[in-house]
Structure formats: structure tokens, C-alpha cells
Design a protein around this ligand. Structure first.
Ligand code: PRP
Ligand code: URA
Length: 212
């Protein structure tokens, strides 16, 4: 699908698309789903970091003193529970110094509205960039809620990584959080009557934790 959303960056690297093909497959077992979720998160982190600020530093090589660039920190990773937790390991593989905050949100099954149940963020979370991770951006309600909590904590430098986005979710974030860039591996067709993404990959939390 063509991307006509200015707030969405589709990361269509062949390796990510290859892994996404298995994660969409209903026959992929929980063990492989978890591994793939983490691997795709790592690959997407590589792309997200392209736009993070760096600061000038100096080191002594074995031969001489030289200027180097280092990522400006502190970087905070915030997974949305539960499914976002499955992306944490992959992001931390590339950003081992990142702090990790947690935001717990579940969708009400009948209304599909987000219900927040847990928030724990580093004290000075707003001191550096924040990367919010959740594999599914469906109505966008959960992500918009998490971004609102982060804004209330003073965060301005915010990015979202998801695997599969629906047009409705992307539009919702464009309206509520226009300055936040979304990185997604795929922009899917639509939401169905139960607000599930089609074609999607099903219930990410259930597939990640074997609770379906
Ligand atoms: C899923 C998913 C997102 C949310 C997306 O979580 O991980 O957080 O739904 O839907 P939305 O964009 O319409 O808000 P869910 O509520 O199923 O909770 P879980 O991860 O604990 O299973
Ligand atoms: N949450 C999921 O896990 N999957 C969807 O398709 C929509 C919301």
C-alpha cells in the first residue's frame, strides 16, 4: 500500500519483510513468534537511530586523539504491556544503555477503548529521546494514551515503533500527536468490525505469550 501519511515511516527492508512474513503466519508457534518479534524490533531500532542526535566526544585511539560521535542520551525505551515487552530485548540489543519504562494498557474487549493499569517511568524521562514500542497500531487508542502519559511527564522527543499499523491508528496519532513519527514494518488495509487489523497478525499479546 502507498504511504500517504506524513507521520509514518515504512521500514520496508527485505530482511524485515521476510521476518514479518513468518510472524503473520498463523502456524508460526509462540517460540518463533517471540524470537521474530525481538529480531524485527532490533532491525527497526537501527532505522530509528538514524535520526537520533549525536554529540561530539574525543577518545585516544592506540595512535592518537580523535573526535568521535556518540548518541546523545539518556535514551528511554517504553514498551506498552503486554505485547510491547516482546520487542524490548531486540531494542536493548542495539541500545544496551537505554533505560526502560513500562506502560500497561489493555483494550476493553467490547469498546476497544484503552484502559491504563500501570505506569513506571524513569524520573527524568524527558531528559532524552523516548522510543515507545508496541507491535500493533490498530485504532491508535492505546498508543495515543501512552503518548499522552509521556507528554504529561514532560517528554518532547518521542518516536513509536510498531510492526503493523492500520490507517485509522496512523490518522489518530497524526491528530493527537502530530509531531511523533511512527516507524512501522507494514501499513495494513483496514480494521475489521472487532477493531482487529486486516490482514494483520492476530492478537499480538496472545501470540507472544501463548494465551490465545
Ligand atoms: C493490543 C496491542 C496494542 C493495542 C492496539 O494490546 O498490543 O497495545 O492492542 O490496539 P489499539 O491501537 O486499538 O489501541 P491489548 O489491548 O490486546 O493488550 P495485551 O497486549 O495485554 O494483550
Ligand atoms: N491488538 C492486536 O493484538 N491485534 C490487532 O489486530 C488489534 C489490536
Amino acid at each position: 500500500m502507498t504511504n500517504t501519511h506524513p507521520n509514518l515511516r515504512l521500514v520496508d527492508h527485505p530482511l524485515i519483510q521476510h521476518k514479518l512474513s513468518y510472524i503473520r503466519d498463523r502456524t508460526t508457534p509462540t517460540r518463533d513468534f517471540r524470537r521474530l518479534l525481538s529480531e524485527i524490533a532490533a532491525l527497526m531500532t537501527y532505522e530509528v537511530c538514524r535520526e537520533l542526535k549525536t554529540i561530539l566526544d574525543h577518545v585516544e585511539t592506540p595512535l592518537e586523539r580523535t573526535a568521535v560521535q556518540r548518541l546523545a542520551g539518556p535514551i528511554t525505551l517504553v514498551p506498552v504491556l503486554r505485547a510491547g515487552l516482546g520487542m524490548t530485548r531486540g531494542v536493548l540489543d542495539l541500545l544496551p544503555d537505554a533505560r526502560v519504562g513500562h506502560i500497561g494498557i489493555r483494550r476493553d474487549e467490547s469498546t476497544a477503548l484503552p484502559i491504563g493499569y500501570y505506569t513506571k517511568l524513569p524520573q527524568n524521562v524527558s531528559a532524552g529521546p523516548v522510543i515507545l514500542v508496541d507491535p500493533m497500531l490498530a485504532t491508535g487508542g492505546s498508543c495515543a494514551h501512552a503518548l499522552k502519559l509521556l507528554r504529561e511527564a514532560g517528554c518532547e522527543d518521542l518516536r513509536v515503533i510498531c510492526l503493523v499499523a492500520a490507517p485509522e491508528g496512523v490518522q489518530r496519532l497524526a491528530k493527537d500527536h502530530p509531531n511523533v513519527r511512527i516507524y512501522a514494518a507494514a501499513l495494513d488495509r483496514e480494521l475489521d468490525e472487532n477493531k482487529y487489523i486486516r490482514p494483520g497478525l492476530g492478537d499480538a499479546g496472545d501470540r507472544c505469550y501463548g494465551t490465545g
